[in-house]
Structures are given as structure tokens and as C-alpha cells.
Design a binder for this molecule. Structure first.
Ligand code: SF4
Ligand code: SF4
Ligand code: FES
Length: 602
């Protein structure tokens, strides 16, 4: 057999936990590219190296698993997947047994079923959990197995009271060691998928436990709050920090005006909690449900996504201007919309922080707009407004508790809810979400472009920013540019004189900062209309142009966000409510404005 490929030195996972990938043999057929086996009398032919578990699944034969997860490398620690392999003295773990020669496998002999019952009874002897009081009730892999294998008592005993305190120090993740079955899925997720390494197995044998550096609380160690460990935990040992009680209390307080913003992704996912197949959006039914739950206003996060895109695009444009003028600029620019990604950079790559956009995420921008402009317009005191955000990610709970997210003097967003938490609230009210009548978002924050929708896809934020930038620079709708396959006006971006440029005819001439900047009216003496093409001028005058297309408007940021039309210097005077860098007395920041210490739940 060939030696395992050397571990990638750039990965921080200990070598013992890195996935070892065997190089593909030069001539697979010569050594047997496929292999035959028999499972419960069914003959199968599978690629060499396929595990018994994978082979059984191709034949529709189910073998129970706990530590196995398709996203993760094999651990083989729980042994619930044990099977009998003819000729082997002991039972074998199906998830960790690669088939390399013809074998006969039995998946549910008496010996196998007894062994699985033993494994389950041993796990339950260490597992304190009253299922009806657990957030994973009816959605727990351990509970399902106990039901499938007819567990009706605790043969090896059962803890009668909790033995460990619940760690609630993180705004995103709650850890309950009493429910942990030591499957190590969270450890592999954190180190192999996220490359963070917050969680580790501590101790040996019956003292093994999942812990953090120096067994500190989760809120006090390096954790990016991504919640990926929660997604893969088979029990209720890891769960999101659930603020639904506080949200209900705010709704029931007549002095509070409770506003909720909903992101596109949970609107498409929440149907699954009510038995619908994945991907059926319930946006308008959800609006009705939220009003019936008692929220005073229901707004669309896509509105703030447009704000974010205008901010990030403007920032990118200004950085490009600096670069084009030969001055230092942090390029490429990264989006700052993901709080997990921001924290990852803060912890592991602080040298890249200048590359992050200084704009707040849509969630935070929306909160700031509600606590300032909206409060002013409606004669409400910001302290009487409670802003709630329905978001797809547990890191958003942490983001709204970052101390710099309060430039108005009030928390931009008070509570972040996940899809599951909101589904639980709706279930508590007895509403039948799927069959509710549809209703629209409340004005004025129910109108948005498509930019916010593509935020939900990987790379969507930057795609939206680049599309906007393209329109702002060229003055043409991006659809037109795609149609003519002319989407890269590089000559203009470089500051070269465009062929035939004639300022007298409204075409931009070369300037110190390049015509693109002149087009936006951001340079000294720039005319915001200069350089707009004839089609643009036609549309502006109300002639022609496809009615379904959004007309290109002059950049309105100076009016909407208080940006000065002319930039006095190199630094962008971002609006403090929309920027991640508001001045804050006594705050210790890294260069670039990022925090040196992180908040924990008090
Ligand atoms: S939230 Fe993310 S970073 Fe934190 S422990 Fe879980 S997987 Fe690791
Ligand atoms: S916390 Fe969950 S995922 Fe991690 S070892 Fe325990 S049961 Fe497994
Ligand atoms: S699922 Fe195979 S050992 Fe755990």
C-alpha cells in the first residue's frame, strides 16, 4: 500500500485528526478497482475501499450511526454501527471498515443487536437528560436509537440529577455536558471544517470529556460562534442560545414597540419545521404569523442589504481610486457581512483586517436605522423599541451583542432568532403557518432590489457589490452590459482616456483620480452626470429603456447616508450608524478598529 499523503502543513489540526488521503493508484483495475461483498445475503460490487456502511446504504440496508457524519472524517468511537464480518473474531465498526477483499457481512444478528443495546445502555448510563425538557426532543439521534432498539429501562443506571453546570457564557452556543455522548463530531467539525479548534477531547478513558482551552467557558475562548458544531451534534449537548423568552416578554410589554426583520434564508427554510419539503419559501405567510404573534412591524432585511451594498460598493470604489492614483489601498476588499468570518480574521489573520469592509452587516444597519431614523419618524423613544432579527446563523446572536454595535447609544439589534427558535414561537401560538393568509411587509422597509436575495448564496454579497459597482462606473444597467458582452471597462478604471473621450460632449476625460471617479461626482470638481452614456441620459429624460429595468440613478449616498459629495481627503467619512468603527471612549481596538476582548453573557 502506498504511504499516506503528507499532511497539509497549513492545517492546524493535529496530524492524528487530519483526514489522510491515499493517492489514487496508477492502474486501479490491476489491483481490483471494485470488490464484491455480501451483506445479509445480498451480493454487491462496490469500489475498492468503500466502507461497509456506505456499501450497505447503496443497497438500502440501514446501519445505525452516532459518531459518523458524512461531512467529517471517520472517528469510529461509538461502535453503535457494529456488524459481524465472517472470519473476524470481534464485531467490526461498519463506518470504519473499508472493503478491500470479498467479505460476508451480517448487520442484525442476535450478537449484533445485543452489542448495540449494550452500547446504548452504556451511553444512557452517563447521559442526564429528561427528554421532554430538552431542546432536541423528537429530533435527537440518541432518542431515536433508544426507541428503535426498545430501550425500556436503564440497565447500567442513570444520573438522577445534572452533574455539570450548563455553560451559557457564549451569546451563540450553549453547552450541556450532561447530554454529551463523546461522539467527537463537534471536535472534528471545529478543527477540520472550521479550522478553529475550540473544542477538544480532554482526559482519558472514563474521564474523557469535551472541553476548551484550560476548560474555560466557551464565551472566554477563541470561538467564532459559527454554530457548525451545533448543526452536527446528535444530542442536545450543544444548542443555540435561545432568547425567545425575552422576545415574548417584550411583545407582552405594552410599553415596547417590537420590530422584527426577516432575512431571505430563514423564510425559505422555516417551512421544513412545519413538514414542507426544503426550499418552499413562506415569506408572506410568515409576515402574517409574525403579526399574529404580536410583533408591531415586520420588515425585510433585504432593504438593509441594499444599504450594505451601497456602502461596500462605495468603499470599494474609493479604495480603487486610491490604488489607481498610486496610493496605498487595502485590496482586495472583503465583505464584513458574516460575523463568524469577521471574528475568524480577528483571531487568526489580524493582518487582513484592513481588507475588511468597514460597513456593518445588513442586520446591524437595519437595527441602527430603526433606532434612529424610524424612531424619529414615528415619535418613538429608541429605548422603547425592541429590534429582533430572524437570521440563519448563530453568529448573528453574537454580532448584535458586540459592544461597538450601538453607535446611536442603544443596541442596534436587541435579539437574534434562528429559524428553529421562531418556528417554536409560532408553534407555541398554535398557528398553522403553511395555511395562513399572505400579507406584505410593512412600509417603508419592504422594498428592495434583488441584491439582498443573492446574499444568501456563497459569494452573493460581493457579486451584488460588483454588479452595483459596474453600474455606477459605466452608467449602464448590468443586464445591458452582459447583453453586449462588454462588462469590463478596464481602460476607464485604469484612468486611461477612453477612446474618443470628449468632455465637451459629456464624455469623461482623464483626471488624477480617473474618469470612473468623475462619473460618480466624488472627485474634486466632478460632475455626477459627467460621463453618463447616451442611453442613460435618454432614460433619465424618460425616453426609452425597458420599463422593468431599474433606472440608473445618480449616486445618492451623500443625501441618504450623510456622505459629503466631495471627499476632503483619503479617508472615507462613513456614517457612524452604518460603520463598524464608531468612535468609542475607553474601547481598546486593534489597528483597523477591531476589539481586543470579546463580550460574554453577563
Ligand atoms: S461555534 Fe464554531 S468555532 Fe465555536 S466551538 Fe462551535 S464549531 Fe467551533
Ligand atoms: S457535544 Fe455533541 S457533538 Fe460534541 S461530543 Fe458531545 S454529543 Fe458529540
Ligand atoms: S458510527 Fe461507527 S463507530 Fe460510531
Amino acid at each position: 500500500m502506498t504511504d499516506p499523503a503528507p499532511a497539509n502543513p497549513s492545517r492546524r489540526a493535529p496530524a492524528s485528526q487530519q483526514a489522510q488521503v491515499l493517492p489514487a493508484p496508477a492502474n486501479a483495475a490491476a489491483i481490483g478497482g471494485s470488490v464484491s461483498l455480501t451483506i445479509n445475503g445480498t451480493a454487491l460490487k462496490v469500489p475498492l475501499g468503500t466502507t461497509i456502511l456506505e456499501a450497505a446504504r447503496t443497497a438500502g440496508i440501514q446501519i445505525p450511526t452516532l459518531c459518523h457524519h458524512p461531512d467529517l472524517c471517520i472517528a469510529g468511537v461509538c461502535r453503535i454501527c457494529c456488524v459481524e464480518v465472517e472470519g473476524q473474531r470481534t464485531l467490526q465498526a461498519a463506518c470504519a471498515y473499508p472493503v478491500t477483499a470479498p467479505i460476508k457481512v451480517s448487520t442484525h444478528t442476535r450478537k449484533v443487536r445485543q452489542a448495540r443495546r449494550h452500547v446504548l445502555d452504556l451511553l444512557l448510563s452517563e447521559h442526564f437528560g429528561e427528554c421532554y425538557a430538552c431542546g432536541r426532543n423528537l429530533n435527537c439521534e440518541l432518542q431515536s436509537l433508544a426507541r428503535d432498539y426498545g430501550v425500556d429501562g436503564f440497565r447500567f443506571g442513570h444520573p438522577e440529577r445534572p452533574r455539570f453546570p450548563i455553560d451559557r457564557s457564549s451569546y451563540s452556543v450553549v453547552r450541556d455536558r450532561d447530554k454529551c455522548i463523546l461522539c467527537r463530531r463537534c471536535v472534528r467539525t471545529c478543527i477540520d471544517l472550521q479550522e478553529v479548534g475550540t473544542l477538544e477531547v480532554l482526559g482519558r478513558s472514563d474521564r474523557s470529556r469535551i472541553g476548551t482551552f484550560l476548560e474555560k467557558p466557551l464565551g472566554g475562548v477563541v470561538c467564532i460562534n459559527c454554530g457548525q458544531c451545533i448543526n452536527r451534534c446528535p444530542t442536545g449537548a450543544l444548542r443555540a442560545n435561545d432568547p425567545t423568552d425575552e422576545v415574548w416578554a417584550a411583545i407582552q410589554d405594552p410599553a415596547k414597540h417590537v420590530v422584527i426583520q426577516t432575512a431571505p434564508s430563514p423564510r425559505a427554510a422555516i417551512g421544513e419545521c412545519f413538514g414542507l419539503p426544503p426550499g418552499r419559501a413562506l415569506t408572506l405567510e410568515l409576515n402574517t404569523a409574525l403579526r399574529l404573534c404580536g410583533f408591531d412591524k415586520v420588515f425585510d432585511t433585504n432593504f438593509a442589504a441594499d444599504l450594505t451594498i451601497m456602502e461596500e460598493t462605495t468603499e470599494l470604489l474609493l479604495r480603487l481610486r486610491e490604488a489607481l492614483a498610486g496610493r496605498a489601498a487595502a485590496l482586495p476588499q472583503f465583505s464584513s457581512c458574516s460575523p463568524g468570518w469577521v471574528k475568524y480574521l480577528e483571531h487568526f489573520h489580524p493582518d487582513y483586517l484592513p481588507h475588511l469592509s468597514t460597513a456593518k452587516s445588513p442586520q446591524q444597519m437595519f437595527g441602527a436605522v430603526i433606532k434612529t431614523w424610524y424612531a424619529h419618524q414615528h415619535g418613538l423613544a429608541p429605548r422603547d423599541i425592541v429590534t429582533v432579527a430572524l437570521m440563519p446563523c448563530s453568529a448573528k446572536k453574537f454580532e448584535c451583542n458586540r459592544p461597538e454595535m450601538d453607535a446611536s447609544g442603544f443596541k442596534d439589534v436587541d435579539y437574534g432568532l434562528t429559524t428553529r427558535e421562531l418556528a417554536k414561537m409560532i408553534s407555541e401560538t398554535g398557528l398553522d403557518l403553511v395555511h395562513l393568509p399572505k400579507s406584505d411587509f410593512d412600509a417603508p422597509f419592504g422594498t428592495a432590489t434583488g441584491s439582498g436575495v443573492i446574499f444568501g448564496a456563497t459569494g452573493g454579497v460581493m457579486e451584488a457589490a460588483l454588479r452595483t459597482l459596474l453600474e455606477l462606473v459605466t452608467g449602464e444597467p448590468v443586464e445591458d452590459l452582459y447583453r453586449h458582452a462588454d462588462i469590463t471597462p478596464r481602460a476607464r478604471l485604469r484612468g486611461d482616456q477612453a477612446p474618443g473621450a470628449d468632455p465637451a460632449k459629456g464624455r469623461p476625460g482623464p483626471g488624477p483620480a480617473g474618469p470612473a471617479v468623475h462619473r460618480l461626482g466624488l472627485a474634486q470638481g466632478g460632475d455626477p452626470q459627467a460621463g453618463r452614456g447616451p442611453r442613460h441620459r435618454q432614460r433619465q429624460a424618460g425616453h426609452g429603456g425597458h420599463p422593468a429595468r431599474r433606472p440608473v440613478q445618480p449616486l445618492p449616498l451623500h443625501r441618504v447616508h450623510g456622505l459629503p459629495r466631495r471627499l476632503p481627503g483619503r479617508r472615507r467619512p462613513a456614517h457612524p450608524h452604518l460603520s463598524r468603527h464608531p468612535p468609542g471612549p475607553g474601547r481598546r481596538h486593534l489597528p483597523g478598529g477591531f476589539l481586543l476582548s470579546y463580550p460574554q453573557v453577563p
